[in-house]
Write a protein that binds this ligand. Structure first.
Ligand code: FCB
Length: 424
C-alpha cells in the first residue's frame, strides 16, 4: 500500500458557517428571507439549525477533535455581535469567546470568517452590499471582533465567496436581496471587495495574525471546442473568479464584457492567504435562453444539482488545477470548503479520498497549501435549498437533534490521524 504524506503541521478540519449551524436568530436578512413563501425550495426554515448557539457546538467539535482533526473553520454572525448600528453585544462576544476557548482546549486551531452570506437586518435595510457605506460598517465590525477576540484567533477570513453572493443575490434572485441585475451585482462585488480591503487593514491594526479571503473556485470549461462555448465559459469564469483574482493584484475590478472598470481603494495586496472553496466542474455551452448566466448553460453530466443550485460534475483534477492557478497569487492557500451532498454516503468516501489525493498532487507540483477543511462536520441548513442537501460527515435529524456518523467520518478520521492518505 502506497502512502501520500502531507507536510508536518498540515491543518485538517471541517468548515461551518454561523447561520447554517447556530439556529434561533431572527435578526439577519436570511431569517426574513426564509419567511417568504417559495424562497426556500423545500419550504423549511433554518429554525434551531444544529443547535450550536445553545451549546451543541462543543459536542460536535469534541467529536471532530477525537477523530483526529486539528482545526475548524467557523464564522461569526454579524447580526448577533452588532444587533444595531454601533451597539456591540457583550453576551454574544462572550459566547464566541467561550466557543473559541473550547476549541483551543480541544486542540482545534480556529479559522474565523467575519462574513459568510448573512447581513444584519439594519445593514440590509440600508442597501446591503449595494451601498458603499456597508464597506465602512463592515470594517468597524471587523475591528471590534479582532480587538475583542484577537488572542483566540490564529487565522482571520474577511469574507466568504463574494462573487457567489453577488451572483445569487444581486445578479439572480435566488438569495436576498434578489435584485436580478448584472449592474447591481458588479457594484455589490466592488463594495464587498472594498469591505474586504478595509476589514483587512482594520484587523491588522489590532491583531497580529494572517488575514485572508475565501473564494469560490469551481472549474469552468467550454463544453465543446467551439468559439461560442469558449467565450461564454471565459465570461463566467471571469465573473466568478478571474475578475476578483485580478483585482486582488491590481485594485481594479473589470467587468467581463462591456462596462466601467471600478477602482477599489486599498485592495491591491490586502491578502496574507487565500481560501479556496471547490465543489466541482462545469461544462458550459452557449445558449441564448441563459441570459441570466451570461448565455452559458451548464451541461456537464453526470452532475450534482438541484433546480436552483449546481455543484457540478465531480472532478478531483479540477481541484489540482485550481490550486495551481490560485497559487500564482503568491500567498499560501487553504482548501476552505470541499464536499458533496450525499445523504446515503454512497459517493462521499471516494469523493473525499480522491480530492485529498488531488490536493496532494497540487502540493507535489508546487502549490503551497497549508490545510483542508471538509464541508461539513454535520448536516446543516443549506440556504435556498433548505434541509434537502446533506453535506455532513455526520447526519443530523433537525427535529430531534440526533447525530449519526456516516461512513465517511471514519474515512476522514484515518486521513487526519495519519496526516496521510493510504493508497490501495
Ligand atoms: C458554499 C457555501 C457554504 C455551503 C456550501 C455547500 O458555497 O459557502 O455555506 O452552502 O456551499
Amino acid at each position: 500500500m502506497g502512502r501520500l504524506t502531507f507536510p508536518a503541521g498540515f491543518l485538517w478540519g471541517t468548515s461551518t458557517s454561523a447561520h447554517q449551524v447556530e439556529g434561533g436568530n431572527e435578526n439577519n436578512d436570511w431569517s426574513e428571507w426564509e419567511r417568504r413563501p417559495g424562497a426556500i425550495n423545500d419550504a423549511t426554515r433554518s429554525g434551531a439549525a444544529c443547535g450550536w448557539w445553545e451549546g451543541r457546538a462543543e459536542e460536535d467539535l469534541a467529536v471532530a477533535a477525537a477523530e483526529g482533526q486539528n482545526a475548524h473553520r467557523l464564522s461569526l454572525e454579524w447580526s448577533r455581535l452588532e444587533p444595531e448600528p454601533g451597539r456591540f453585544d457583550d453576551r454574544a462576544f462572550a459566547r464566541y469567546a467561550q466557543l473559541l476557548d473550547e476549541m483551543r482546549r480541544l486542540g482545534l486551531l480556529a479559522m474565523v470568517t467575519l462574513h459568510h452570506v448573512t447581513l444584519p437586518r439594519w445593514v440590509a435595510r440600508r442597501g446591503g452590499w449595494t451601498s458603499w457605506s456597508t464597506a465602512d460598517c463592515f470594517a468597524r465590525y471587523a475591528q471590534e471582533c479582532a480587538r475583542r477576540l484577537a488572542g483566540r484567533v490564529p487565522l482571520w477570513v474577511t469574507m466568504n465567496e463574494p462573487a457567489a453572493c453577488a451572483a445569487a443575490g444581486y445578479a439572480l434572485t435566488y438569495w436576498p436581496p434578489a435584485l436580478g441585475s448584472n449592474r447591481m451585482a458588479l457594484r455589490a462585488l466592488a463594495v464587498m471587495l472594498e469591505g474586504h480591503a478595509a476589514a483587512y487593514r482594520a484587523v491588522k491594526q489590532v491583531a497580529d495574525a494572517p488575514v485572508g479571503i475565501v473564494l469560490s473556485a469551481p472549474r469552468i470549461e467550454p463544453a465543446r471546442a467551439s468559439l461560442l462555448d469558449g467565450a461564454v465559459a471565459w465570461a463566467q469564469d471571469w465573473s466568478f473568479l478571474g475578475a476578483t483574482l485580478r483585482s486582488l493584484k491590481t485594485g481594479v475590478l473589470q467587468p467581463p464584457i462591456a462596462g466601467r472598470r471600478l477602482r477599489v481603494p486599498g485592495l491591491g495586496g490586502s491578502l496574507d492567504f487565500v481560501g479556496v472553496n471547490y465543489y466541482g466542474r462545469y461544462a458550459v455551452q452557449f445558449d441564448l435562453r441563459s441570459a441570466g448566466i451570461l448565455f452559458g448553460k451548464h451541461v456537464q453530466e453526470p452532475t450534482i444539482r438541484t433546480g436552483g443550485c449546481d455543484w457540478g460534475e465531480i472532478s478531483p483534477a479540477g481541484l489540482t488545477r485550481q490550486l495551481l492557478r490560485l497559487s500564482r497569487l503568491g500567498v499560501p492557500l487553504y482548501v476552505t470548503e470541499n464536499g458533496i451532498r450525499d445523504s446515503d454516503d454512497a459517493l462521499r468516501p471516494s469523493f473525499l479520498r480522491e480530492h485529498v489525493a488531488a490536493l496532494h498532487e497540487a502540493i507535489r507540483l508546487g502549490a503551497e497549501v497549508r490545510g483542508y477543511f471538509h464541508w461539513s462536520l454535520v448536516d446543516n441548513f443549506e440556504w435556498a435549498e433548505g434541509w434537502v442537501p446533506r453535506f455532513g460527515l455526520r447526519a443530523l435529524d433537525p427535529a430531534t437533534q440526533r447525530r449519526t456518523p456516516r461512513g465517511s467520518a471514519a474515512v476522514y478520521a484515518r486521513i487526519c490521524r495519519a496526516n496521510a492518505l493510504g493508497v490501495p
